[in-house]
Design a protein around this ligand. Structure first.
Ligand SMILES: [Zn+2]
Length: 95
């Protein structure tokens, strides 16, 4: 494929690219990408790519909520123990 140079129709999406444009306004294709539509327009979104690590994804997506669940369970146990101690103390003093 011959190198595209603006002005002209974008080889990726067919939109008109004006003279001096570094990239297509419509699809984000640019000279660096070889004027293909799947280009830097999504670079900032941190999308999963070919070396997608499923375990890492699960850890990132569910690691924090699971940890906070553990913390909630921990405080529930602490509260139960404190309540038990208080009830025990009340029963002892009631005698
Ligand atoms: Zn385009």
């Amino acid at each position: 494929m011959a190198a595209f140079k603006p002005p002209g129709q974008c080889p990726a999406c067919g939109e008109w690219v004006t003279r001096g444009s570094a990239a297509c306004d419509d699809c984000g294709a640019c000279a660096k990408s070889g004027w293909k539509s799947d280009t830097n327009i999504y670079d900032g979104l941190d999308l999963p790519d070919e070396d997608f690590d499923y375990d890492d994804f699960i850890n990132r997506e569910f690691g924090r909520p699971a940890a906070s669940m553990d913390r909630r369970l921990f405080w529930r146990i602490v509260a139960a123990v404190l309540l038990g101690v208080m009830v025990l103390g009340y029963l002892m003093s009631a005698k």
